[in-house]
Design a protein around this ligand. Structure first.
Ligand code: PEP
Ligand code: MN
Length: 393
């Protein structure tokens, strides 16, 4: 039988209670709390971190753990069960250095109760965020339809593609002026000339524009031309870049890194939010898989998962996820059905001459067919595809 609070125990001087008794006693208050109760509610103040100690931990080790916690300016509450001993920590979580606590002899596991991404978490912000991209809303039932070529290319081609995707229902035009390429010999983008062209084409068709920024030193320049700054998969953990786009007020499209977990993605969003920019849209674009049959592995479950964990909108990019035009429509529909707040698709009117990612581009007429199916699905889901902003003279 294990000890219950108030009874004699080897830790009598310390206030303790049992994990496996039918009642547990709040240590600062005499009231009993019915068991089972959430472990974070053993005390009137919730635990911020729980330490699970090793089986066979000695009394001296337990005392040492508690001393260390208290030395950090935090309160420690000991719970001795038959099989497990835990220490619940109350107080400001930011005072806890997880690596140091994990190194204390006798500590088996450090379990944070709250997610490490505080600003991005749904707990911090229960309402879904709606992000305004140059007059087009994404999130909270508003669907963003981002379409355009991988790279900014010739002027007349850009106009043709923009006109066709806008007619099909796209509401944000895309094109990369700075391209992060695997090979240094591949086309690197048109640079500032490309930004200027993208802006002019967007304006001509009343479409807000999104383009990638690859370097913190370019954020100011790209923000002059673009309505939304894209941080690409290869740069998701470029923290200097995240800090810089966080200092800008332009909405950011943050793409999931190809080897990033959902927590990694949300921590990167946290960088941007913590610098004062609340306008973040996440993008699931596939992660590295083992099968070269598709370019990446489309993680559709990440969409509802992110929406449970975070208030930020998340869109899907079936172009980079699959790398195959014939798979894009099904994956785009799957993403929307899974709850995505938007769909990002690469479109080119002559993929064989595209400067980058031609093999995965949809033709404008294929995009039009997909957009019409997405629109029907959005209606079925009670969502709307945001209209293009009014053309300004
Ligand atoms: C792109 O959008 O063209 C791109 C390079 O995407 P990603 O960063 O997802 O590979
Ligand atoms: Mn691309």
């Amino acid at each position: 039988m294990s000890q219950i609070a108030g009874k004699r125990s080897p830790f009598a001087p310390r206030r303790s209670f049992a994990l496996d008794e039918p009642y547990c006693r709040s240590l600062n208050s005499p009231a009993s709390i019915p068991f089972p109760c959430p472990i974070t509610r053993f005390h009137s103040k919730p635990f911020t971190v729980i330490l699970i100690l090793k089986g066979g931990v000695t009394d001296e080790q337990v005392d040492h753990v508690i001393e260390r916690v208290e030395a950090m300016g935090l309160q420690a509450h000991l719970s001795r069960g038959t099989f497990r001993t835990i220490v619940g920590i109350i107080g400001d979580e930011s005072k806890i250095v997880v690596e140091s606590v994990r190194s204390i002899p006798g500590v088996a596991q450090v379990v944070p109760v709250l997610p490490p991404y505080k600003l991005a978490s749904r707990e911090a912000h229960p309402e879904s965020s709606v992000i305004d991209v140059g007059g087009v809303k994404i999130g909270g039932g508003h669907i963003g339809m981002i379409a355009g070529p991988c790279s900014v290319e010739e002027e007349d081609r850009m106009h043709r593609i923009a006109e066709q995707v806008a007619k099909a229902g796209a509401n944000i035009f895309r094109g990369g002026a700075y391209k992060p390429r695997t090979s240094p010999y591949a086309f690197q983008g048109l640079g500032e000339a490309g930004l200027k062209r993208l802006r002019e084409v967007g304006d001509a068709h009343a479409m807000p524009v999104v383009t990638e920024v690859t370097d913190p030193r370019l954020v100011e320049l790209v923000a002059e031309y673009a309505d939304m700054l894209q941080v690409g998969a290869r740069n998701m953990q470029n923290f200097a870049l995240l800090n810089e786009v966080g200092a800008s007020q332009r909405p950011v499209l943050l793409k999931r890194g190809m080897s990033a977990t959902v927590t990694d993605l949300l921590m990167c969003a946290e960088y941007i939010l913590s610098k004062g920019n609340p306008n973040v849209v996440l993008c699931e674009r596939g992660v590295k898989g083992f099968d070269p049959a598709t370019r990446n592995l489309f993680d559709v479950a990440a969409v509802p998962l992110v929406q449970q964990l975070s208030h930020l909108p998340i869109i899907v990019d079936p172009s980079h996820a699959t790398g195959k035009p014939e798979l894009i429509p099904a994956c785009a529909m799957a993403g929307l059905a899974a709850g995505a707040d938007g769909v990002h698709v690469e479109v080119h009117d002559c993929p064989e001459v595209a400067k980058s990612d031609g093999p995965q581009a949809l033709l404008p007429e294929q995009y039009a067919e997909l957009a019409s199916q997405l629109k029907s699905l959005a209606t079925l889901l009670g969502k709307t595809i945001s209209p293009l902003p009014e053309k300004t003279a």
